[in-house]
Design a binder for this molecule. Structure first.
Ligand SMILES: CC(C)(COP(=O)(O)OP(=O)(O)OC[C@H]1O[C@@H](n2cnc3c(N)ncnc32)[C@H](O)[C@@H]1OP(=O)(O)O)[C@@H](O)C(=O)NCCC(=O)NCCS
Length: 176
């Protein structure tokens, strides 16, 4: 059976990214219910995970979610697998207490799921290596307008130097 690690490594063309998922899984920031796979003939062909993060808001720290990584096996890309996983995952969030889910990635892809540019809504990206346009958010039911501030990724992303993760095949992105 093709595992999650293989799909993540293959999707990004970087086997070390499989280690990111392994370390996230072993961390307190992993949420088992929010690690979701797509199967084809009993093989994993897609995977997404929403992990715990913090928003450093003026009033207090707020528990939030980050959608990362998002991986579809190269042979199965462009067939709706990523979209089905993300839509399914977002529906699961309706039962959760976190008010916000952040993503870093192409707005051309993520806006179809309801992600909006986060900077314009008062959020600061966790690293200058994330282009401003790539920093996006969905405000969920528990969101309140005072919840602004800086996103702080799980420690695991910093340990793996995976903040500002480039999309597969993409060169240095420009801020806009
Ligand atoms: C990005 C990714 C998750 C999309 O999943 P997918 O199953 O291939 O995509 P879907 O079939 O759901 O959607 C296809 C649409 O997404 C668009 N798309 C796919 N990858 C894109 C990208 N990197 N940037 C912008 N649009 C993208 C396609 O052009 C297509 O658009 P259309 O519907 O307007 O024709 C997948 O291609 C992948 O794993 N890529 C490598 C890893 C990566 O870059 N992950 C995201 C960064 S965290």
């Amino acid at each position: 059976m093709r595992g999650i690690a293989t799909v993540v490594g293959d999707a990004f063309g970087d086997p070390s990214l499989a280690e990111l998922v392994a370390r996230l899984r072993a961390s307190p920031d992993w949420i088992a219910d929010l690690s979701i796979v797509a199967l084809h003939d009993d093989s994993v062909v897609g995977h997404i995970a929403f992990t715990r993060a913090l928003l450093d808001a003026p009033r207090r720290l707020v528990d939030v979610l980050v959608l990362s990584p998002v991986s579809v096996a190269p042979a199965h890309q462009g067939m709706g697998v990523g979209a089905a996983l993300i839509r399914h995952g977002l529906r699961r969030l309706s039962a959760r207490p976190e008010p916000l889910v952040f993503v870093e990635g192409s707005p051309a892809y993520y806006r179809r799921f309801g992600f909006e540019p986060a900077g314009a809504l008062g959020f600061r990206r966790p690293s200058l290596r994330i282009p401003e346009a790539a920093f996006q958010v969905i405000r969920l039911g528990p969101y309140e307008p005072w919840m602004t501030g800086t996103l702080v990724y799980s420690r695991v992303f910093w340990d793996m130097d995976a903040v500002g993760l480039r999309e597969a095949g993409e060169g240095d992105a420009q801020s806009s």
